[in-house]
Design a protein around this ligand. Structure first.
Ligand code: PLP
Length: 368
């Protein structure tokens, strides 16, 4: 098992290094004041410090269930299992299906790859296209796959968002197969213009839909969830209990307090969408100016810009960049091509985005 590349590289950076590596939100946009008030309220009740239910804090489960129902996917609290981040959601599912064959996108999320390996799963990859997953290759791969793991909304690392047509095709294909879908969607609310319907909506009895508050509120709260039908969800509870008994009651309650007023989250999400789009456009403009040989497509949401530097081995080139005080993640770490790069555009200030890209330009001039 390899350590997380991002976490390892961050250990070699110093306070002057500009990092485009992690999938970190913009800290200036955390709703700090509101979360502080919610926290104060939560501590007024001593039960917040007590053990909680394995399935999660009931009012929060109800709230998440209503969120799905309002969007047109009827859901009750019995369909929701709260997890310690969506990372744990994936781990719980994969422990249950340990040793199975799983079809995944290529490239795919680094943190998921480690979970699959740790659970002795046999990984089969299917290449992504700019419209989503390659349907013909998916058809071949799922013939002997128990599970299919997809990130259809602003995928990590590629930022690809599956088209409506591609989603329908995937749903049709999976519906007529024996494979179960794991749809991981931490970025689905971070769209710039339009939102697509999740594939799980069309596969009610054959899907796990995974959500998270990490990218829309704060990752340190460590709250995510799994939405599935009762038959699929119930066996997972024993695994959750074995792992950590339950997710922190304090952070679940803080989130519930925050969500109580229906408008609060919506206003916050609207702000994130506007600000992240501005940042993405700024990053793209600076990329075109300082790294014109970097080819990419502007994302329609999410947190990453993914592309390729012509004829550059981006893993080797990273050492040079590190010396010059800037880091990113080479595409190869996600199962991508040797010359690809994933940039996070949300975390840095505009000044640091420019500074970091100038450092990459300098590194390129010193390499060629
Ligand atoms: C696709 C994907 N899934 C899951 C996670 C884990 O997120 P968390 O555990 O913070 O909810 C991430 C984090 O970057 C991610 O990109």
């Amino acid at each position: 098992l390899k350590r997380s590349f991002i976490r390892e590289i961050l250990e070699h950076t110093n306070s002057n290094t500009i990092s485009f590596a992690g999938g970190l939100p913009d800290p200036s946009l955390f709703p700090t004041k509101e979360l502080k008030e919610c926290t104060k309220k939560v501590f007024e009740d001593t039960s917040s410090l007590q053990y909680g239910n394995s399935m999660g804090y009931l009012p929060l489960r109800n709230h998440i269930a209503q969120f799905y129902t309002k969007k047109g996917f009827p859901t009750s609290k019995d369909n929701i299992l709260i997890t310690t981040g969506s990372q744990q959601a994936l781990d719980i599912i994969c422990r249950y299906y340990s040793g199975s064959t799983i079809t995944i996108e290529r490239p795919s999320y680094l943190g998921a790859l480690n979970i699959f390996k740790l659970n002795n799963m046999l990984i089969q990859t299917v290449k992504l296209t700019k419209n989503g997953i390659d349907i013909n290759l998916l058809k071949k791969s799922i013939k002997n796959s128990k599970l299919t793991y997809l990130i259809p909304d602003f995928q990590n690392p590629s930022s690809i968002c599956y088209t409506k047509f591609n989603r329908l095709e995937v749903a049709k294909l999976l519906d007529s197969s024996n494979t179960i879908l794991i749809e991981d969607s931490p970025y689905s609310q971070l769209y710039f213009e339009t939102q697509q319907k999740p594939i799980s909506w069309l596969l009610e009895d054959k899907s796990y839909h995974i959500g998270s508050f990490s990218k829309i509120l704060s990752p340190s709260l460590r709250v995510g969830w799994i939405r599935a039908n009762k038959k699929l969800l119930e066996p997972l509870v024993a695994y959750k209990e074995a792992m950590d008994l339950h997710t922190s009651v304090i952070t679940q309650k803080i989130i519930y307090e925050y969500l109580k007023d229906a408008q609060t989250l919506e206003l916050h999400l609207n702000k994130l969408r506007v600000k992240y789009k501005e940042k993405m456009l700024y990053f793209s403009k600076e990329l075109d100016c300082y790294l014109p040989s970097f080819s990419y497509e502007k994302p329609k949401g999410g947190m990453f810009i993914y592309g390729a530097l012509e004829n550059i081995d981006t893993s080797k080139f990273l050492q040079k960049c590190l010396q010059n005080g800037v880091v990113y993640v080479p595409g190869i770490e996600f199962g991508g091509e040797y010359n690809e790069i994933r940039f996070n555009f949300t975390n840095n200030s505009l000044q640091d985005i420019t500074k970091g890209l100038k450092r990459i330009k300098k590194s390129l001039e010193e390499t060629i």
